[in-house]
Write a protein that binds this ligand. Structure first.
Ligand SMILES: [Cu+2]
Length: 393
């Protein structure tokens, strides 16, 4: 408890430097937090979750995979040369999903996040300065259970240029945590909140200018399992869609810079799944076997709603808008996921082959990058499908 209070005192100092309004809000929240902390049930079990950089972060996925071929460009511009990258790959692997929770009682979950500003390739020869949680896009998936209490520590890397924060849509309280976590470079802050509502939720930075922070890659998801958990499946994947609004079209070599005018016009250069073009194709593709049921946690961290579709399959179940307490829709071709929203989709694969998961606003998928692959291996049942397993289409 003493440590938490210390963090909050540093928060107040950091926020005060950003302006009187944020400072006042932080003080109000410190008061609320102290009241909440005193009220915490000391009997909770404690589970420490420290999402780190994914093991495969050092392996860059090949860019320009078949699912998202480079498109002819019309808006050419010359850019400054590509910058040296500071991370090998911005993409968080789709396999980076925490294990299902099998607890039957609430716990105290400790989550440690670090905001980092990094340079990485969005596509070969095209670099961008991303703002991130933990050095990847999306940030790590957080997993809890309804009734759990989350103690979230947000550290802002010392070499950051900007203050950062976090707004978790799963949190109940001012700013979803953003009032408490406005954090200057080299500082850290802590917020504690209870998971009251099951579901799949987006989190994102909420430091002004908020749209710029989000567009630069500062988003991820938190899953709040209902009591009793989710039905078991064979594989789970984590996919988050977003956009990059830059000063040149996709395909122009060099360092792409953030472009406010194009963001305000909702005219992205790239629409990406897990941070970069080709993050989830080729070596980064998801895999499954015939007969397995796959669950995908799919969120929209950016500003364009996604018409999420899996070519060659039908979603057996869709937990629309991330609601896990409503009955799932069944037999769905395309589900619409709003900005700052999510869905849980499930499919049992019956035919081997390579399946493309995409935003069916097809220019985003085929011209701007919003496509992923699921490679399914196994026996072919010709009573279900009789034809070629690869090739055009
Ligand atoms: Cu930020």
């Amino acid at each position: 408890m003493a440590t938490l209070t210390g963090h909050q005192e540093r928060d107040v100092a950091a926020s005060g430097a950003m302006g009187a309004l944020l400072g006042a809000l932080a003080i109000a929240l410190v008061t609320a937090l102290i009241v909440g902390i005193v009220g915490l049930n000391g009997g909770f079990r404690t589970v420490t979750v420290t999402p780190g950089a994914p093991a495969s972060a050092a392996t860059a996925a090949p860019s320009g995979a078949a699912a998202a071929p480079a498109a002819p460009q019309t808006a050419q511009a010359s850019l400054a040369p590509a910058k040296p990258v500071t991370v090998a790959s911005i993409a968080r692997p789709a396999t980076d999903v925490p294990k299902p929770i099998n607890r039957t009682t609430p716990a105290l979950i400790e989550v440690n996040l670090e905001t980092k500003e990094v340079v990485a390739e969005v596509e070969k020869g095209q670099t961008y300065t991303y703002w991130t949680f933990n050095g990847t896009v999306p940030g790590p998936m957080i997993r809890g259970r309804v009734g759990d209490t989350v103690k979230l520590r947000l550290a802002n890397a010392p070499n950051s240029v900007m203050p950062h924060s976090i707004d978790l849509h799963a949190a109940t309280g001012p700013g979803g945590g953003a009032v408490a976590t406005q954090t200057m470079p080299g500082k850290e802050s802590t917020v504690t909140f209870k998971l009251l509502n099951p579901g799949l939720y987006v989190y994102h930075c909420a430091t002004p200018p908020i749209p710029m922070h989000v567009a630069n890659g500062m988003y991820g998801m938190i899953l709040v399992e209902p009591e009793g958990g989710l039905p078991p499946v064979d594989r789970e994947f984590y996919v988050v869609q977003g956009e990059l609004y830059t000063n040149a079209a996709r395909g122009v070599a060099g360092q792409h810079e953030f472009d406010t005018v194009r963001m305000d016009a909702e005219d992205p250069s790239y629409v990406v799944l897990n941070g970069k073009v080709g993050a989830l194709t080729g070596a980064g593709a998801m895999t499954a076997k015939v007969g397995e049921t796959v669950r995908i946690y799919y969120g929209v961290g950016g500003f364009l709603p996604s018409s999420t579709h899996l070519i060659g399959e039908i979603f057996d179940r869709v937990y629309a808008e991330g609601s896990l307490t409503s009955p799932p829709l069944t037999d769905v071709q395309t589900t619409l996921i709003p900005a700052g929203g999510a869905a849980v989709v499930e499919v049992r694969f019956q035919v081997p082959g390579t399946y493309t998961l995409l935003d069916h606003t097809l220019t985003r998928a085929l011209d701007k990058g919003a496509a992923a692959q699921i490679v399914v291996s196994g026996e072919l049942d010709r009573s279900i499908y009789d034809g070629p397993l690869s090739g055009a289409g």
